[in-house]
Design a protein around this ligand. Structure first.
Ligand SMILES: [Zn+2]
Ligand SMILES: [Zn+2]
Length: 278
């Protein structure tokens, strides 16, 4: 089921596939950025060492296990300041997992058998890694190119994107994708996300960007997807979900919604019913 491999996208940019997620190795003349470290299904540090000898700057798009489980291989990882992990339930992600897992084990004791897998896949290891925060507008100098950090919160409080002004290209992590999981940030309303998405779209469009790549997208997307997705999400209600399920330990029901799009093929999202409240 899981496989990993690499694909050279343009000169100096390699996509590393980690089963379900893309990590990007973006090389300049002096340094290289590794954007996300994957699920830790293989040793990403050793793997990247075979691809480049340049000094590596490791950056997380956000603090989720499919993007950060490989962090423990590295001495230092940069991450959006609002996703800076404490590895306690002070972290939005760890609190969500803790609330749901604790309530599920109490209600369905047999699910405890899955504890080992939950810990391995869903709980990023702390390790010896030092975390440093990135702020909106920070620049990462790679030599002949500079990447710019741009916040795009919603999927997590501290989700960041990287702008490459030389290639006029955006690396979006999970901030914008065909399927945005909003349930991982239960305090953010869908309306707030939509406002952020619209504003982000207008800002990057004005800067001349036209295309981007998400961490789970097989292909590149036009940035107009961000604006159109925001419009769709802003109108979501619990009634529009094709499936609603109660989840132990959660504040409201988990909703699954999807809609075809003539221009963009598909919009989908998973959100809590309470996130539709304005
Ligand atoms: Zn994510
Ligand atoms: Zn992801």
């Amino acid at each position: 089921m899981f496989r990993y491999g690499k694909a050279k996208l343009i000169d100096g940019v390699t996509r590393i596939k980690d089963g379900i997620v893309n990590e990007f190795l973006i090389e300049g003349s002096k340094k290289a950025v590794l954007f996300d470290t994957g699920l830790d299904l293989f040793n990403i540090k050793d793997y990247v060492a075979k691809l480049t000898e340049k000094e590596l700057v490791v950056v997380n798009s956000h603090f989720h296990p499919d993007h950060a489980n490989g962090n423990h291989h590295f001495k230092k990882v940069y991450i959006g300041e609002k996703d800076l992990p404490t590895f306690t339930t002070k972290d939005v992600y760890f609190k969500l997992v803790d609330d749901i897992v604790t309530a599920t084990y109490a209600k369905y004791p047999k699910t405890r058998k899955l504890e080992k897998w939950v810990d391995k896949l869903l709980m990023t290891k702390k390790g010896e890694t030092e975390y440093d925060p990135l702020k909106d507008g920070d620049e990462i100098d790679l030599g002949d190119k500079t990447l710019i950090v741009k916040d795009f919160p919603g999927h997590t409080p501290g989700s960041i994107t990287l702008l490459d002004p030389k290639e006029r290209f955006i690396y979006a992590g999970d901030a914008s994708d065909i399927d945005i999981w909003m349930f991982t940030n239960p305090d953010c309303s869908l309306h707030t996300y939509a406002e952020t998405g619209r504003q982000y779209y207008h800002e990057v469009a004005a800067m001349g960007y036209t295309r981007y790549r998400g961490a789970h997208m097989p292909l590149t997307h036009k940035i107009s997807f961000m604006r159109d997705y925001a419009e769709w999400m802003d109108k979501l209600t619990p009634q529009k979900a094709f499936l609603k399920i109660p989840v132990p330990g959660a504040r409201s029901k988990l909703c699954f919604a999807a809609a075809p799009s003539l221009k963009h093929i598909l919009f989908t999202s998973i959100y809590w019913a309470h996130q539709c409240d304005r």
